[in-house]
Design a binder for this molecule. Structure first.
Ligand code: M6R
Length: 620
């Protein structure tokens, strides 16, 4: 959601900024802009609506913008429509569009300033004029106001602004009096700084700068950064300098490239065996599950009387699957709550409650808010997160990292699978400690878990059939995904994968629920996809599918090898390898990901960057 980049160094800034923005495209955007400056000359601002290539064309791929210091932005509209006037950068002076600007402060912003209305009125009273509908223009002008009123330096002007604004933000600012410098600040929106010899990079996410450096600083909440070529200094809200540790990024640069695949999503689907294997290997040592890296001791596990899982979107679907697995294996109450609803529930949380927050990005605003509330209410918190150093990872009591590597496609695949594997391993360990499985069962489950990556590989080998089938359904209007128990959790993810990238309306239903209303939507040729992996529920779900068939539905079934009766009841069957039924989601989800992917491709859509969506949703 909005992407920020910045560069100050010895090279021409604009091509580097455009390259960084390209790598942040996955975050979602509808317009883009750059502000670049050469030494003491005026800052030049260029903006364009629509895809990034419009901005690249306007600037001859950045070559027509001289200057070695600059900031860039991709905007995902929140306040004001996606227009040139609302595109960032915004300036403190009287200007709204592209061109050389006299303004003292130029800035870009990611997040939402909640009290921008009242701040705007204040600034209007002080003679400021506004050209856009954005909250960003208000922040940039507020910084300018404090900068001039108190004749203080940029850091102090920014900290005064931070005290005054409410909401979330990552800000990058350039000041006319400080050539070659960029100032940045953040609260609850991601922003990282990369340093290299004679250069500093700024970005919303690591892939934007991975090509140039692996030495990264994670600016803390309510901290300010002052960046000049080769030098990054950090300050707290009092303006006192703070020392931050530098983190070495271990992802290889190719991990954030397409590597010969047509889309990131397809590449990431194929990376699932590795993502799951790496995640499991980090948790399973010498035949035992070891959660000590996450700080989860046997003593903590023994103390738990309930588990609450909270997350958004696909991560919430992982929670739904984990709920069935943990309840079945560990016999402990598990509740799954959408993070955006968490605060509206009066849940009894205490020191015997473990709240698990699942998030790929570690920056999802709703999940972060839920985490903070859970901590406030005295629960133990565990974050299952993919992005190292992200806000959720830093604020949770315990962190279990998934090792999926950078996920670029908006539609999550490998991070989902890695989360699922991590929680399955977690469930098995809990079951051992709580005494609900024997040592022998424990050993067997670990073997089954370790076999999952190869089995995912086998599911991928069957992708041509799904490619063929998706060409048949590309014009569908509605698709229903049904299942019972764990199969229902998988259906939820299958349905989201389909609708978010193919724009075909789809719904996931607990199979037994269809007859309570939804079945009236079934007509001739409506596609109903049944997930049929839980042996004690297969017959019942097949019966529900038959009810749909007799009303004209076309049926597809996903089931495990050996369940050949399914083939007799449905029109198209996909088989997945057999495994312990607790872990089958990791296999059943793969054909559903492929189906969503190929359907989107067949419909000629932007698979990796579906309309209106952002990879990391940093607003509530
Ligand atoms: O970064 P997070 O895992 O917290 O993101 C949560 C959801 O926004 C995310 O899972 C979303 O639903 C997926 N991109 C859908 O594929």
């Amino acid at each position: 959601m909005c992407g920020i980049v910045g560069y100050t160094g010895k090279k021409q800034a604009a091509p580097i900024l455009l390259d960084g923005l390209r790598r942040l495209e996955y975050r979602g955007y509808d317009s883009a802009g750059l502000a670049v400056r050469a030494g003491n000359s005026l800052t030049e601002v260029v903006k364009a609506t629509g895809k990034l290539y419009h901005l690249a064309d306007k600037t001859d791929q950045g070559r027509s913008l001289p200057g070695t210091c600059g900031i860039g932005h991709t905007r995902w509209a929140t306040h004001g429509d996606p227009s040139l006037i609302n595109a960032h950068p915004h300036v403190s002076g009287n200007c709204s569009g592209s061109g050389k600007v006299e303004s003292d402060v130029v800035g870009v912003h990611n997040g939402i300033i909640e009290n921008y209305g009242e701040l705007k009125e204040k600034l209007l009273r002080h003679g400021y004029q506004f050209y856009s509908d954005t909250d960003t223009e208000v922040v940039v002008k507020l910084v300018d106001y404090y900068y001039k009123k108190y004749r203080i330096g940029p850091v102090d002007a920014i900290t005064r602004t931070m005290v005054r604004v409410r909401g979330s933000y990552a800000l990058a600012l350039m000041f006319k009096d400080y050539p070659e410098e960029i100032f940045a600040a953040r609260k609850d929106s991601p922003l990282i700084i990369g340093t290299a010899e004679n250069a500093v990079y700024l970005a919303s996410d690591v892939p934007a700068i991975l090509k140039y450096t692996r030495s990264v600083y994670y600016i803390g909440n309510l901290q300010v950064a002052r960046l000049s070529p080769g030098c990054a200094k950090f300050f707290d809200l009092n303006g006192d300098e703070v020392a931050l540790p530098v983190t070495e990024i271990t992802w290889d640069a190719e991990a954030a490239e397409k590597g010969g695949y047509e889309h990131f999503m397809l590449k990431e689907i194929h990376e699932q065996p590795a993502a799951v294997r790496d995640t499991l290997n980090s948790l399973i040592k010498e035949g035992r599950i070891d959660l000590t890296a996450a700080g989860i001791t046997d003593e903590i596990i023994r103390s738990l009387s309930q588990i609450v899982i909270t997350a958004c979107g696909s991560a919430w679907h992982v929670g739904m699957a984990a709920q069935y697995v943990i309840e079945d294996m560990v016999e402990i109450p598990v509740r799954v709550e959408l993070a955006s609803e968490f605060r509206y529930r009066s849940m009894p949380l205490n020191e015997n409650t473990l709240v698990i927050v699942i998030s790929q990005s570690g920056e999802t605003a709703d999940s972060l808010a839920a985490l903070r509330l859970a901590k406030e209410r005295g629960a133990i918190t565990l974050a299952v997160v993919n992005v190292v150093g992200s806000t959720i990872a830093r604020e949770a009591d315990h962190v279990l990292y998934t090792l999926a590597g950078p996920e670029i496609a908006v539609a999550t695949t490998k991070a989902y699978s890695a989360q699922l594997a991590a929680l399955d391993a977690f469930a098995v360990q809990m079951a051992l400690v709580k005494g609900t499985v024997s040592r022998e069962q424990y050993g067997h489950m670990i073997e089954e878990l370790l076999g999952i990556p190869d089995k995912i590989g086998r599911v991928l080998e069957d992708k041509e059939r799904l490619q063929w089938f998706s060409s048949k359904i590309a014009n569908a209007h509605d698709i229903f995904f049904i299942g019972r128990g764990l199969d229902y959790a998988i259906s939820l993810e299958g349905s989201l994968k389909m609708k978010e990238i193919s724009y075909i309306h789809s719904e996931a239903y607990a199979a037994g629920e269809l007859k309570h209303g939804t079945i009236s939507l079934i007509e001739k040729n409506t596609l109903v996809i049944g997930v049929l992996t839980q042996s004690r529920m297969i017959e019942k779900t097949i019966a529900n599918m038959a009810e749909c068939k007799s009303r004209g539905a076309y049926l597809m079934g996903i089931t495990t090898n050996g369940n050949f009766a399914v083939e007799d009841s449905v029109n198209f069957t996909v088989y997945i390898p057999k495994t312990d039924e607790h872990f089958v989601s990791s296999l059943a989800v793969v054909p559903l990901q492929l189906l969503g992917y190929y359907t989107s491709v067949n419909r000629g859509l932007d698979v990796d960057k579906p309309r209106n969506l952002a990879k990391s949703v940093t607003v509530e």
